[in-house]
Design a protein around this ligand. Structure first.
Ligand code: BTN
Length: 266
């Protein structure tokens, strides 16, 4: 059986027939790019592209996402009926789906705004959402998900080895990537239903239950051309991080890299 039929079968075993094409590639530049091309050709919502390896995998802020075989590289197409201001909730929904999916494989992960899935501070997975808008709404959103499944951190350069982990490193067992993919897709569809039925606030509340607990603590956010220091206060309905600045104003942060500061840090 080919891999896309196997994934379709795994999804069928968990619920209704997957509603759109599933394309499995032995190698892709970036699954997000392949799926963006399919979206331009009118691909249906929930179309999936999955690759055994990527040669030009991308992370946020233009970073390289190293994509050797043995891990999961997956993109799924959504066409959400959301205003553009709510786009920031999609990475949260995807992160939540990943967190719930990996728990099925014995991994207790935490979520770090906006898109990191961590175990004891080490990166297990990341989410890259790339959207096109139409008027005040969103035309399409390609949700790219990378999960370290079989990765052996010790095989990476030392500076990377201590920052990453994988399902195999956490559990001592190598999970089937297609099994992880089916768990992620099934969980994403539940999160997306909740988003449509209950609205962004419900997804944000669920996300917060799995988030690193740094609310009320000092943080630093580094974005394109700015650095903001303040107290992390929460996440709003649009998925923006709320940081209280020195003047006591609540600043909604839409994108950036956030890190917790020690109280004594200047
Ligand atoms: C990040 O944490 O910076 C996001 C990483 C996202 C990686 C995934 S792998 C599948 C999809 N294709 C890509 O090129 N990137 C995403």
């Amino acid at each position: 059986m080919d891999s896309s039929s196997r994934l379709r079968g795994l999804l069928r075993a968990r619920g209704p027939e997957w509603p759109a094409p599933i394309e499995y590639l032995e190698s892709a530049g970036s699954t997000n790019d392949v799926l963006k091309g399919r979206a331009r050709e009118g691909a249906a919502e929930w179309s999936v592209v999955i690759a055994a390896r990527q040669t030009a995998g991308r992370g946020r802020h233009g970073r390289v996402w190293i994509s050797a075989p043995g891990n999961l590289y997956l993109s799924v197409l959504l066409r959400p009926a959301l205003p553009r201001e709510s786009l920031g909730v999609l990475p949260l929904a995807a992160g939540l789906a990943v967190c719930r999916a990996v728990s099925e494989f014995g991994v207790a992960a935490e979520l770090k705004w906006p898109n990191d899935v961590l175990v004891r501070g080490r990166k297990l997975a990341g989410v890259l959402v790339e959207a096109t808008s139409a008027g005040r709404g969103i035309e399409s959103a390609v949700v790219g998900i990378g999960i370290n499944v079989g990765l052996v951190p010790e095989e990476l350069p030392p500076e990377d080895a201590e920052r990453v982990t994988s399902i195999a490193a956490e559990t001592g067992a190598v999970a089937e990537t297609l099994g992880v993919a089916s768990a992620v897709l099934a969980r994403l569809s539940v999160c997306y239903d909740a988003l449509a039925r209950e609205g962004p606030a419900a997804v944000v509340q669920a996300w917060l239950r799995h988030a690193v607990t740094w609310w009320g603590r000092p943080v630093e956010v580094r974005g394109d051309g700015y650095t903001l220091r303040g107290i992390a206060r929460g996440v709003d309905e649009g998925g923006a991080l709320l940081v209280e600045d020195a003047a006591g104003h609540l600043v909604p942060v839409l994108s950036g890299e956030v890190s917790a500061l020690r109280l004594s840090q200047p």
